[in-house]
Write a protein of this length. Structure first.
Length: 557
């Protein structure tokens, strides 16, 4: 079984207040209705049992179809014949015309009491009844749910799509898209079942519209699924699947069930109508460039105007050379906005101005993390961002980190940055993959980086000698403090020559001297072992070896 739990990229530029408000409204309406739904439902159930028991004792009476909308004519006739057979077996005499008229009046009274009780049910008051649609019900039916599973299922899919569409389309357009999708879904359902008296409730039609729009706007975004299955052993794991695969499959499933089922507890036709409307609406927004021309500039202007006031203060102090005061101002920004990349860069620049870039390197790493996290290549190709989005800026800052602080950054950060650049700047991606492939601390990421380098046709280059020099000096016992200090620059300083000055500097990882060739080991014959699969991981298969323990068999890429 597969359950969607998130996306591969979850960044937004602003808090999605409209999405939060819709979730809160659905939850509040559900909680407010819970007691009323239970009480009225129990009362309607009692009225229904009284009515059906009376009719079963008098099957020759006429029972209105509206009382049993779920029964077909054949089922009603079968039920009548069974009741008549049971009545005949009891030996009762057939009633006279006057008795039958009185019994019919009594049945009608029971029907009226049942309808009166049912009319007080919140689903009938707030839901949309196709045979008698009320204008306000097109709106209210989106906020009514039949139970916790109904509510949580709709809100899960809403959570996976709504915040990102609100961030891209802006709050007014997103709200209009959500409500319009729900209305169109309801109209499609009414067209399919114009005589139905069962109320249509739930946000699924509107959420389906968001899913259709998500397919257009974020076609390459990946959906993360939690899966579990039982095949002799219970297995669990997660897997990322692209939106262009998952959402069309979901739509085809809804289309199939809409054609196979005429009446069901699930409004498949409403889902189909909502999804189709959302898809077409997002396609029109993209074709008319509404987002690029009108929405994105306003959002960016709002974000830039509402930046933290201490950020400007810190920049001014930094320009005047007051690095300590600048860091204090940036610290106030980070206390309120821990992921503010500009504040992290300001702290880094203050340390560089003092000649201590190593102390500020964690802040530069945080800035790069944020730049990679908020990158949006699809929108960057169309308007104000550069072609590679924030990944290009992150690349520049990563090179600055490597050159000034003599660090390459955490392996996970380098992997994400290289992956973001692989489609647009293969050379830069190879540059970063190379540092990963030669880093013993990178673990599985080193193997994956080496495979990517093979695909890019780039060699694996060793880690810089300068990075290991301080550690080597610290590990080597020295006869005196002066001896230990002298060892570090001797290991870190490259040879200087006229060619070094005239030519562009080589990449920072290039060793100062040609590495000594290592003897190539002779290949050993392959050893074949019998293994069993434990779990399916994102990077490969986790296997049980014959001698115990687990080992990852990576996928070929």
């Amino acid at each position: 079984m597969f359950i969607p739990i998130g996306l591969d990229q979850t960044s937004v530029r602003r808090l999605p207040w409209v999405s939060i408000g819709i979730i809160a409204a659905n939850l509040a309406v559900f909680l407010a209705m819970t007691v009323s739904v239970q009480n009225v439902g129990e009362a309607a159930g009692r009225r229904s049992r009284e009515l059906m028991q009376y009719w079963s004792r008098h099957p020759y009476l006429t029972l209105p179809k509206s009382v049993t909308p779920g029964l077909s004519d054949a089922d009603r006739e079968h039920l009548r014949l069974v009741a008549e057979a049971m009545s005949s077996a009891s030996g009762r005499q057939a009633p006279t015309a006057d008795e039958r008229a009185k019994e019919q009046d009594q049945l009608e009274g029971l029907v009226a009491r049942y309808r009166e009780t049912l009319g007080r049910h919140p689903f009938m008051s707030w839901g949309l009844i196709p045979s008698d649609p009320k204008p306000l019900a097109f709106l209210t039916c989106m906020f009514v749910h039949a139970g916790w599973l109904h509510l949580l299922g709709n809100m899960l899919f809403f959570y996976l799509t709504a915040p990102f569409l609100e961030d891209a389309f802006g709050r007014p357009l997103f709200a209009a898209l959500y409500l319009a999708s729900g209305v169109v879904a309801s109209l499609v359902f009414i067209a399919a079942f114009p005589h139905s008296t069962a109320p249509l409730i739930g946000a699924s039609g509107a959420v389906a519209g968001l899913m259709g729009a998500f397919l257009v706007r974020f076609v390459h975004r990946k959906v993360r699924f939690f899966y579990f299955y039982f095949m002799f052993v219970f297995r669990t794991g997660t897997i990322d699947l692209p939106a262009w695969l998952v959402l069309p499959l979901w739509f085809l499933e809804q289309l199939l069930f809409a054609g196979l089922t005429r009446e069901s507890g699930v409004a498949y036709r409403a889902h189909v109508g909502g999804f189709a409307f959302g898809f077409l609406a997002a396609f029109a927004i993209k074709a008319l460039r509404i987002e690029e021309r009108f929405i994105a500039p306003k959002i960016e202007q709002e974000i830039s105007v509402s930046q933290h006031p201490a950020l400007d203060e810190g920049m001014d102090l930094l320009l005047r050379g007051e690095t300590a005061g600048a860091r204090a101002a940036f610290a106030r920004v980070l206390a309120a906005e821990p992921r503010n990349a500009d504040a992290h860069l300001g702290v880094w620049q203050s340390h560089c101005a003092e000649g201590t870039p190593e102390a500020g390197s964690p802040h530069l790493v945080q800035a790069i993390e944020e730049e990679v996290r908020r990158g949006d290549a699809a929108l960057a190709l169309d308007h104000w961002r550069v072609r590679r989005g924030d990944a290009a800026l992150a690349l520049d800052h990563w090179r600055e980190l490597a050159a000034s602080a003599r660090q390459s950054g955490p392996p996970a950060l380098r992997w994400r940055l290289a992956s973001a650049l692989e489609g647009s700047d293969r050379g830069a991606a190879a540059e970063i993959f190379s540092t990963l492939a030669s880093d013993p601390a990178a673990g599985v990421l080193a193997e994956k980086a080496a495979r990517h380098l093979d695909l890019l046709g780039a060699p694996v280059r060793p880690q810089p000698a300068v990075a290991a020099a301080p550690a080597a000096a610290a590990a080597t016992p020295a006869s005196s403090p002066g001896e230990a200090v002298a060892d570090v620059p001797a290991a870190a300083a490259p040879d200087a020559s006229a060619a070094d000055v005239a030519a562009p500097p080589p990449p920072f990882w290039e060793p100062p001297h040609e590495p000594v060739p290592r003897p190539v080991p002779q290949p050993e014959p392959p050893e074949i072992e019998s293994c069993t699969v434990d779990t399916l991981q994102e990077d490969g298969l986790l296997l049980h070896g014959p001698r115990g323990g687990l080992e990852l068999l990576p996928f070929r890429e």
